[in-house]
Design a protein around this ligand. Sequence first.
Ligand code: PAF
Length: 215
Amino acid sequence: MKIIRTTHAIRHETTTARASGRMVALVPTMGCLHEGHLSLIRRARKLVGAKGAVVVTIFVNKTQFGVSEDFGRYPRALKRDTALCRGLGVDIVFAPSDEAIYTVRHSTFVVESRLAKLMEGASRPTHFRGVMTVVAKLFNLVQPHAAVFGAKDWQQAVVIRQITGDLNFPVRVVIAPTIREHDGLAMSSRNEHLSPAERAQSTVLYEIIRAARAA
Ligand code: PAF
């Protein structure tokens, strides 16, 4: 497994993989990997087969955090993450620095102007702009045949599908099912911020979804 830090090197690796006839699948993450991410990586492997290249990106993307949000506190565990990736047979981990992705002169953003204004976009007005910008950059750098995202972040996945079509990226966007803890809480890197009391309350979300479905 290669661990790559620069945009030049990732472009070179995946261009070479494609040129030799390998399928390339991308799994973008912000790291602190859990079973939900691992299920996306397994799905990516299924998509490209044993000979294909699975690329996992680990990058805490500051532009998708609002000014008073938890960018500084977001959990980071690169050593553990790379070990998990190696265990799953990932071919490349792309873990760039902030400066590699956002150079000092960076001034271009991707804005989806309809779906991204609703729901989470209403309370986090710059969030989807940051996500779409980094996803577009990763699509351009890695040039994957397919990219796998979790259904947990459903609005994110739908907006990514929208920009992929609108901007004519030749990438198949695959949305993989949410993976849950035994009591129903969706797995998320941020769950580790929950206090024991909040963790106990959090299952109400899944109970509500089930009740709504049953009704
Ligand atoms: O879902 C995430 O972890 C992030 O929003 C993504 C897609 C990796 C972009 O930073």
